[in-house]
Design a binder for this molecule. Structure first.
Ligand code: HEM
Length: 153
């Protein structure tokens, strides 16, 4: 594998680990613990600040994944004379469908659930939606990782 391709695959995996890892960390560790010791209004303010920061990094990871993914696809295409093995295509399509779902969750966070939280106390409604979106992103990311590792087998 050329060093350029290796560097691209590294950036691809790093971006994926940030997007999936941070979602999983927030869902499994940070949100449940911090929420306990804080009053509801301060909690929603903190969640909003955190959510806005998370979404900025998540969208950066999405852009890097798509650009490095296209480079990956071109590299595999050059290797195979663009006669992609059917199993590779099936698994890549499955992975991309899952990535589309993950992107839809990011859109929901960006244009629905975080703005809802910004409009003031929501009685936990916006918070529940944000936690569910982060949990779903983590689970979908784990599934995308599985299909990704199956690409070569
Ligand atoms: C959450 C999103 C994603 C995750 C977790 C992910 C993960 C991975 C992993 C772990 C590999 C390495 C497989 C290996 O070398 O055995 C890989 C390869 C690949 N990814 Fe992704 N990826 C994601 C998004 C994307 C996107 C959006 C695209 C296309 C636009 C893409 C296209 C590819 C291609 C074509 C390869 C094969 C590279 C090769 O065999 O050299 N991936 N991905």
């Amino acid at each position: 594998m050329t060093s350029l391709r290796l560097a691209n695959l590294w950036l691809h995996l790093f971006a994926a680990s940030i997007w999936i890892g941070v979602s999983a960390f927030l869902t499994m560790l940070w949100l449940p613990q911090v929420r306990k010791g804080i009053d509801p209004v301060s909690w929603e303010e903190l969640l909003l600040r955190l959510g806005r920061r998370y979404i900025r990094w998540a969208w950066l990871a999405v852009h890097i994944l798509v650009l490095t993914g296209i480079f990956n696809l071109l590299s595999v295409g050059i290797d195979t004379g663009f006669a992609f093995p059917p199993a590779f295509l099936r698994r890549l399509i499955a992975k991309l469908v899952i990535v589309l779902l993950m992107v839809a969750l990011q859109v929901g966070l960006s244009v629905i659930w975080l703005p809802r939280l910004a409009r003031g106390p929501s009685g936990g409604v916006a918070e529940k939606a944000i936690r569910r979106a982060l949990l779903a992103t983590s689970i979908a990311g784990a599934l995308a990782l599985w299909f990704a590792l199956m690409l070569r087998s």
